[in-house]
Design a protein around this ligand. Sequence first.
Ligand code: NCD
Ligand code: ZN
Length: 351
Amino acid sequence: MTLDRLVIRRPDDWHVHLRDGAMLKAVLPFTARQFGRAIIMPNLKPPATHAADAAAYRARILAALPEGVRFTPLMTAYLTDGTDAEDLARGFEDGVFTAAKLYPANATTNSAHGVTSLDRIAPVLERMAEIGMPLLIHGEVTEQSVDIFDREAVFIDTILSPLLDRHPTLRVVLEHVTTADAVAFVRAHAASGRIGATITAHHLLINRSHIFQGGIRPHLYCLPIAKRETHRLALVEAATSGEAPFFLGTDTAPHTVTAKEAACGCAGCFTAANALELYAEAFEDAGRLDQLEAFASLNGPRFYGLPPSEERVALERRPTVVPDVVLVSEGDAVLPFRSGETLHWSFAGLV
Ligand code: NCD
Ligand code: ZN
């Protein structure tokens, strides 16, 4: 029997780039229509490093919400070499910050102010461990000498593993995992309950060959970059396993068409337009639609110590056409992932 309608608790997105200004206004409605809560990435220009920055950013997000939409942005602090442990802890205890984000300096978009060495922020990490504030990690080394497809695996061996040993009670989310190595590492530490991993829809759907299918496809370029098929299969297996550490984080990361289709195009896939439909497709392909709710709506809140949503949403098996473009302002647009293509599932809203 095939299932034609799926009702699940309203999901949350544990990794989102909403940007600011006109871009925020253009992309927020997509995330807010499907997800009840989202972890908002702080890599603005300039980055949101202090609680006051995050509180002001949260107010701009709430002001940009369409009428009548219920959505809670959960804010993060952008860690730098200069982050003050007390300031950060106060932001967490006041409820402004839900977590702090570690970008190794220059690992990805707007990460130039990121952390240059973990030793420098050791006191900050100790304080976070004490108060139970999660550390969200962009897990890639930045050395040009390390092959781009190996940067996550090398990060796990040389940085993440020693970090967990050094801070045995620190709670960590390895963001947007892309390798079988990451899946194995997270599983090996799962019993401690202190490690989680987000998985994007696009990493469940594409491998690195898709980026070069028939020519170079800048809209499939993101960081960490998609890996070979064996890794994609490991991610699908982990996401659909129902296991507690794996949860939904789209890493939807909009850039304008001009910024993507350039001699040096920006990294990021914009999946928010149809995020849940994309995940449903990946779960159905794996024959595991029954595990979508655990991944999308239960495991994330459990890791963050929040209740699961009391709202419910429906997905229906009928075609959805992904928008060709999303207009940002006159002359500026974002191209959604799978732009113009037909997906098998449709988001039917709150029920
Ligand atoms: C993100 C962005 O554009 O902000 N890009 C991406 O490819 N994922 C940054 C990030 O999360 O690495
Ligand atoms: Zn991201």
